[in-house]
Design a protein around this ligand. Structure first.
Ligand code: SF4
Ligand code: SF4
Length: 312
């Protein structure tokens, strides 16, 4: 006979989240060696996003032309006629694609793959637990990132809670764009929050990310009152790397009592993913920031009394 408690546990175990990656041995998502769980879905559309496959809250297809063996199975499975073969090989008419995922299901060579996997809380926690020894030896733990983890706040909250119950240090990497009631529930189970502050001017923030920064800054203040917080600044050339903006972000970090500032220099490592999703990389041709400039910005912020690290 089942008791009420067993029913509850069963219901909790059934809770599923859409995860697009679990990365082990992460060294830049909080202290020590960490496992980072990447949650799918994001309310922002940052022009420099290096994980464009994270933005949609749905499963989607991603193409890998180099793996395609030209068998034609994907075209046979496609009900919308979105796949054709030309001299250049297998091509997708993204306008016709309705993301039914059938092509990815039949592809024998992973020339088309499904991005995003529904996982239970137990499945995620079991993966995280595999590296417990490394967390213990390095002062590490697990980090939930994205995408934006708060779009699946209930699932994320349970994962963090379960990891904490098992004595694993928990961190949340967030853009901060979420209703406070959701964020509040998640940080109850979070030891450290890595909070992105991309620009202090709301109109410019909206230009780069699609949303203003009012909710984000308000949430950052509330989070830092309750939990250890690091302010993360993705350093984007020509967008937010001016001295005036960085001074304002650093002052804000100081005001809210952030423990540390992490500078995340722009890179274009994610640019090749855009065409694989039928998209165009919005920042094509943007040069990387020189290491010397990033080091100089770090030293400059340190002279103002901030604790600063260069991350990635
Ligand atoms: S996901 Fe798109 S391309 Fe693939 S079978 Fe469905 S409609 Fe066709
Ligand atoms: S099913 Fe896969 S391997 Fe075959 S043609 Fe399509 S993408 Fe290429």
């Amino acid at each position: 006979m089942q008791t009420g408690i067993e029913n509850f546990v069963e219901a909790e175990t059934d809770l599923r989240g859409l995860v697009f990656d679990i990365q082990k041995f992460s060294l830049h998502d909080g202290p020590g060696i960490r496992t980072t769980v990447f949650i799918k879905g994001c309310p922002l559309v940052c022009k420099w996003c290096s994980n464009p496959e994270s933005q949609s809250l749905k499963q989607q297809i991603m193409t890998h032309d180099i793996r395609c063996i030209g068998c034609g199975k994907c075209a046979e499975a496609c009900g919308t006629g979105a796949i054709a073969f030309t001299e250049a090989g297998r091509e997708i008419d993204w306008e016709k694609c309705n993301e039914c995922l059938e092509c990815a299901k039949v592809c024998p060579a992973r020339g088309i793959e499904t991005v995003g996997k529904f996982m239970t809380v137990d499945e995620v926690v079991a993966k995280v637990e595999q590296d417990r020894i490394f967390y213990e030896n390095s002062g590490g733990g697990m980090t939930v990132s994205g995408g934006e983890p708060l779009v699946q706040w209930e699932f994320v909250s349970r994962v963090l809670e379960r990891c904490r119950e098992k004595g694993i240090h928990t961190a949340l990497d967030t853009c901060g764009m979420a209703p406070w009631r959701d964020l509040e529930r998640v940080i109850e189970h979070t030891d450290l929050v890595l909070f992105d502050v991309k620009h202090m001017d709301s109109a410019i923030h909206k230009e780069g990310t699609g949303v203003g920064n009012e909710t984000i800054l308000e949430n950052a203040r509330k989070v830092a009152e309750r939990t250890t917080t690091w302010v993360r600044i993705p350093l984007i050339p020509g967008f937010n790397d001016s001295e005036s903006n960085l001074t304002r972000v650093a002052q804000f970090a100081g005001e809210i009592g952030a423990e540390k500032i992490s500078l995340l220099p722009y890179h274009n490592y994610g640019s090749s993913k855009y065409p694989k999703l039928g998209r165009t990389y919005p920042m094509e041709g943007t040069p990387r920031l020189a290491d010397e400039k990033v080091e100089a910005l770090k030293r400059w912020l340190e002279t103002m009394g901030y604790r600063v690290e260069i991350g990635r």
